[in-house]
Design a protein around this ligand. Structure first.
Ligand code: SF4
Length: 370
């Protein structure tokens, strides 16, 4: 079982908070697709496992044309054993979506769409530098639903510098009864190098207080629980059986191969990544594009701790024990104080963080790291 991730590094414009690798040079989409086809073939003998998930992220995958996707999928299917039941996701921006395009995406094989809604408020969307407005946000979900997508995810951002609990509640209330099966909700962060980082440094934006962040997170959890969503990872909620299989496979260390500049891969115990540089990528000199590191047991244990504690199921201590008995002991020792304080719970061989402590889970993870 394995996955494929493809990074589409193009955006029509740049959102103020975003630190993903992207370029607004849309004239390079054609050359990029040609090199992507070569890359897909080049690595075809590296991953000889059945592909259960395929994910197109970005950037903006919905900027790629129907014809290009037909070619890309032919190349993927010719070179990899993609299961008929594979989960195949595309990220899309609300303003790119129309019914004809989505019809074609369904025919090509996509069966899950992740729409970058971020907010249903015009003011939020404007501040964030998004191209869509609140009407387009609503329309996008309805168009995807009408086109026949029955696995629709949306992204939301909370903890906005200019927002408050009232406006966040209003944002959530729009979601009532909406035909979405999955929600990823992220707190606004000020990543170094982004326009928002500059605005923070200049004092134009401020980070909201921890107490406000916690209040909004708790409101989010309560609201989505009432709407029938399971909270299966710190930032991810789904209707029963609609968890993201692709993301879950990252958390379980399932092998995956990444294509496109800035993409990551993990297989044969090695983490590889393409340098985030489209000009370099377009030269298709693979050895100069790729960097890699071999994960030793300590790296693996820390990843298992980090990824496991962020999920409802928790951290599988059995996996750590199978890797290294002494690291297993260390993890148990450093978990003890958090278990005693009730911020962690022992559940068979799993240690999990209860939902009401998830807002401090990053601190717990850092404390347990080896
Ligand atoms: S948030 Fe999405 S659309 Fe906006 S710049 Fe980043 S990748 Fe592009």
């Amino acid at each position: 079982m394995a996955g494929i991730y493809t990074h589409i590094p193009f955006c029509f414009s740049r959102c103020g908070y975003c630190d993903f690798y992207k370029t607004t040079r849309l004239d390079r989409i054609g050359p990029f697709v040609s090199v992507l086809m070569k890359e897909i073939e080049h690595y075809s003998s590296d991953l000889n496992e059945r592909i259960e998930t395929v994910y197109f992220g970005g950037g903006t995958p919905s900027l790629i044309s129907v014809k290009d996707y037909r070619d890309i999928f032919k190349q993927l299917r010719d070179n990899y054993d993609i299961a008929d039941s594979a989960e195949i996701t595309m990220e899309a921006n609300p303003d790119d979506i129309n019914e004809d395009y989505l019809d074609a995406m369904l025919q090509i094989g996509f069966n899950r769409i992740s729409i970058g809604i971020q907010s249903f408020h015009d003011r939020d969307l404007k501040e964030m530098g998004r191209r869509h407005n609140s009407v387009q946000a609503l329309q996008a979900v309805n168009i995807a639903n009408k086109a026949g997508f029955d696995n629709i995810s949306i992204d939301l951002i909370y903890g906005l510098s200019w927002g408050d609990i009232g406006s966040f509640r209003e944002n959530l209330s729009v979601l009532k009864g909406m035909p979405v099966q999955h929600i990823s909700a992220y707190h606004l962060t000020f990543e170094e190098g982004t326009p928002f980082w500059q605005l923070l440094k200049r004092g134009i934006y401020k980070e909201i207080k921890d107490s406000e962040s916690t209040e909004q997170y708790q409101e989010l959890c309560r609201f989505l629980a009432d709407e029938g969503f399971e909270h299966y990872e710190v930032s991810n909620f789904c209707k029963p059986s609609f968890h993201s299989r692709h993301n879950s496979s990252y958390w379980n260390h399932t092998p995956y191969i990444g294509f496109g500049p800035g993409s990551h891969s993990y297989y044969d115990g090695v983490r590889r990544w393409n340098k985030p540089d489209l000009s370099l990528y377009l030269r298709s000199e693979w050895d100069s594009i790729v960097e890699s590191e071999i994960l030793d047991n300590r790296d693996l244990v820390n990843e298992i701790v980090m990824l496991g504690l962020r999920t409802a199921r928790g951290l599988d201590t059995g996996r750590i024990r199978a890797l290294d008995e002494s690291y297993y002991e260390l993890v148990l020792i450093s978990s003890r104080k958090w278990l005693d304080a009730g911020h962690l719970i022992m559940d068979g061989q799993y240690i999990r963080c209860p939902e009401d402590s998830w807002f401090i889970v990053d601190g717990i993870i850092k404390d347990i790291f080896i």
